[in-house]
Design a protein around this ligand. Structure first.
Ligand code: 9UX
Length: 69
């Protein structure tokens, strides 16, 4: 089922970082919608992708991610 996953992203320091993280999250199969907030260092991801795949994608882009409630 589609759901919303909140991730805490570590290492984003500029708008280009936000763009990179949004791009890699959008590319994960099952992702429907992504919003990344630089100020709060959080990503909101809607869709059917598993959290492990989301975290791995962010890691490959060079940032750290962890799931938050
Ligand atoms: Mo600008 Mo963000 O070099 O890593 S893309 S700080």
């Amino acid at each position: 089922p589609a759901s919303t996953t909140e991730l805490a992203i570590e290492g984003m320091t500029c708008a280009s970082c936000v763009g990179r993280v949004e791009k890699v999250l959008q590319a994960v199969p099952g992702v429907a919608e992504v919003n990344v907030n630089l100020a709060t260092e959080r990503a909101t991801v809607r869709g059917v992708a598993g959290v492990d795949a989301l975290i791995a994608a962010v890691d490959r882009a060079g940032y750290d991610a962890r799931a938050i409630e």
